[in-house]
Design a binder for this molecule. Structure first.
Ligand SMILES: [Zn+2]
Length: 211
């Protein structure tokens, strides 16, 4: 597996390109504001064929450039429980996001739910529903390679906010406890903000300072 990350936009959102191998297939994870040129260059360097955009959840900063890739013919894979924000991206917190011009929505070709599997070439990611930060937050975990795309559930040194519209602090705690119980601690995590590549076990004590 090859994972490349870049950080873009008003709230420093991580976009990832995940490919099964050089010259293989790839997905674009959470296309943040201003990241499309970096994504294109990264795909070119990897000689990878993009097969889809995968949104870890529907918050504006993670879906704002879905339309760039949808316009180029890529399908959008997004969590069903955040569908309305994918259809109508909502920068609902002006203090964070400013007042950006309207963002075109996209219609996902695939709606993700608990128990689904994402295939990227030879890679296989299990989808776990991890509501709390948003209703539709999911974690995509590749057990074969020990890597997990965790969105805004857990960061290297913290957790996603639970004070947004649709957030649920109780569900967040349950999601975190479930992920810490079910995903091995040596798994490397790729969060929606901040550093990536730390292990889940390294992140857990920081996360537990917040709940
Ligand atoms: Zn978020």
């Amino acid at each position: 597996m090859i994972i490349r990350g870049g950080t873009f936009g008003p709230v420093a959102t991580n976009t990832y390109v995940v490919a099964d191998k050089q010259g293989g297939e790839a997905i674009i994870v959470d296309p943040a504001a201003g990241g499309s040129q970096w994504v294109q260059e990264t795909l070119s360097r990897l000689d990878a064929t993009p097969i889809a955009v995968f949104d870890t959840h529907g918050h504006w900063d993670h879906v704002v450039e879905n339309h760039v890739w949808a316009d180029r013919g890529l399908p959008i894979w997004a969590p069903e429980a955040d569908l309305e924000w994918v259809r109508a991206p909502a920068p609902f917190n002006p203090a964070l996001f400013g007042n950006p011009p309207p963002t075109p929505g996209t219609e996902p070709a695939r709606l993700l739910n608990e128990g689904d599997t994402i295939e990227v070439g030879a890679l296989s990611f299990a989808i776990t529903a991890t509501p709390g930060h948003s209703p539709g937050c999911v974690v995509a975990y590749d057990a074969d390679h020990g890597e997990a795309l965790v969105g805004d559930l857990v960061f290297a040194q913290g957790i996603g906010r639970t004070d947004f519209p649709g957030s649920d602090p109780g569900a967040m705690i349950a999601s975190l406890e479930r992920v810490f119980a079910e995903i091995p601690g040596e798994t490397r995590i790729y969060p929606g903000h901040g550093p990536w590549g730390v292990t889940l076990a390294e992140a857990e004590p920081y996360a537990r300072m917040f709940f």
